[in-house]
Ligand binder design. Structure first.
Ligand code: BES
Ligand code: MN
Ligand code: ZN
Length: 490
């Protein structure tokens, strides 16, 4: 697969360097940089435009053959300065493309400020244009070089390096999810993961249907049996800890490359959205890529179950009973509740083989979580309060918000089957996100575990602070990278 790379080059340069377009940050206090204070043209432009330094306010002032941009920086001391700064960087990038700047520099002084602005600008600049054959250059982003004038360039570059690693990884995740399902299907996806991650020294294994059958993964295989495409499981191992034998942390992802619903087929309106039903798996792949790229000092395992849920003559039927790798039998009452069937075997395999510190799974699992939390927060369910808190806090730091939902015996009773150990949906209405999680919980073997239902978060139907519209978000990469950085590196 041809990879979509970042749109512009990021540079850090000494304060004296000059560019065609120079951007100055001005906050609500409206204190102008020294070199502009005595300039009557600047004063006139500010007066006429009523520029007040508020966030999202910009003005361009033409001075001879060059121009300057004043970018509203809003509050002087914002709450979450890191997030705030990233979002300003994102807005500046957008504005610069709006005024068709090609080569621009932002006066930043401070290295951390510059690195975070650059990171935000990159994340927001993501485009997915490879399938446009007729777009003219003037319809594409203009910006080619974005430099930051800083006091200490070396320090800025050092601060930026790990952020750039994460941005590249988020792009990778967004690419996989945004690609159409005739291009990214279990086999092509698995091969691409292997190609991309092996480069970084990650060990990548691919299991095919024969191997999964031997392992007893009847739950995952049942989902893929109505598809022409072979189901795959990809196992990724990154050993960055000083102690190569250190117990790993583990991440598991739902990779349904397309979800028609199977025999319990979905209505055609909106079915196209189900190409992003592999968002959980892409977050895991992106995370592994991020950890290896920034040489995180941790041992981490990623497991993704890749299938296509299709309704052919061999497809599984509502009321089929399958046997999972755990030995538990599952009555499949609805073939559209397939993500949990994939994860059941992926989770069991993961804990059985790696005995990790914990497992965190990510999945676009239920429409119900979108009803509950919309496109603003992902659902978080866990059997461990400490892990849940760590996740929640990491999410607040990076702006990938989570909200915890309960688990409990009452919900678990809703998925007892009349004929097998468990059924894949609840017959009672309500709490669909929780009953899905209860199902997963039966396959974690009492390991510390958290489940993130990202159904509302994987795709940007609306502009988000650090994601453009109509592409995948890469949700989860930053969050989990931060979780690891906060608590699990030596
Ligand atoms: N992939 C869907 C969930 C989904 C919905 C993801 C909307 C993203 C946006 C999942 O496989 C599914 O179909 N879930 C069903 C479960 C139901 C049959 C119990 C749902 O949520 O309707
Ligand atoms: Mn489904
Ligand atoms: Zn699905």
């Amino acid at each position: 697969m041809e990879m979509n790379k970042q749109a512009f080059e990021v540079k850090f340069q000494p304060n004296s360097a000059k560019s065609q377009t120079v951007v100055y940050l001005v906050n609500e206090k409206m204190k102008l940089p020294k070199e502009l204070q005595a300039n009557p043209q600047v004063k006139g432009a500010i007066d006429q435009s009523k520029f007040d330094g508020k966030r999202k306010k910009f003005i361009t002032i033409y001075l001879g053959t060059s121009r300057i941009v004043l970018a509203g920086a809003g509050e002087e001391k914002p709450n979450n300065a890191e997030k705030y700064t990233r979002e300003i960087g994102a807005d500046i990038q957008q504005y610069l493309n709006g005024i068709r700047a090609i080569n621009a520099s932002v006066v930043a002084d401070d290295a951390t400020l510059a690195a975070n602005m650059a990171y935000g600008a990159l994340l927001k600049s993501y485009t997915f244009m490879k399938y446009f054959t007729k777009k003219k250059d003037e319809e594409k982003p203009s910006l080619k070089i974005l430099s930051f004038s800083v006091v200490n360039e070396k320090q800025a570059r050092e601060k930026f390096a790990p952020l750039k690693a994460i941005a590249d990884s988020i792009f990778l995740a967004r690419n996989y999810v945004t690609e159409p399902p005739n291009v990214i299907y279990p086999e092509s996806y698995a091969n691409s993961i292997k190609a991309e991650l092996s480069k970084l020294g990650i060990k990548v294994e691919i299991l095919g249907e024969a191997e999964m059958k031997k392992l007893g993964m009847g739950s995952l295989l049942g989902v893929g049996q109505g598809s022409e495409r072979e189901s795959k499981m990809v196992i990724m191992q990154y050993n960055g800890s000083k102690n190569k034998k250190e117990t790993p942390v583990a991440f598991v992802g739902k990779g349904v490359c397309f979800d028609t619903g199977g025999i319990s087929i979905k209505p055609s309106d909106g079915m196209e959205d189900m190409k992003y039903d592999m968002g959980g798996s892409a977050a895991v792949v992106g995370l592994m890529h991020a950890l290896a790229s920034r040489k995180a000092k941790v041992n981490a395992v990623g497991v993704v179950g890749l299938v296509e849920n299709m309704p052919d003559g061999n497809a599984q039927r509502p009321s089929d009973i399958v046997t999972s790798m755990s030995g538990q039998t599952i009555e499949v009452l609805n073939t559209d509740a397939e993500g949990r069937l994939v994860l059941a075997d992926a989770l069991w395999y993961c804990q059985d083989r790696f005995n990790p510190k914990f497992m965190i799974d990510l999945a676009t699992l239920t429409g119900a979580v979108v009803i509950a939390l919309g496109q603003h927060k992902a659902g978080l369910m866990s059997n461990d309060d400490q892990l849940a808190d760590q996740l929640y806090n990491a999410g607040e730091q990076v702006g990938e918000h989570l909200w915890r939902l309960p688990l409990g015996e009452e919900y678990d009773r809703q998925i007892d089957s009349k004929i097998a150990d468990v059924q894949n949906i609840s017959n009672m209405k309500g709490a669909g996100t929780i009953t899905a999680a209860q199902f997963l919980k039966r396959f974690v073997n009492d390991k510390k575990w958290a489940h993130l239902d990202i159904a509302g978060m994987a795709w940007a139907t609306k502009d988000k602070p650090l994601v453009p519209t109509n592409v995948a978000t890469g949700f989860g990469v930053q969050l989990l990278d931060r979780l690891v950085a906060n608590h699990y590196e030596d």
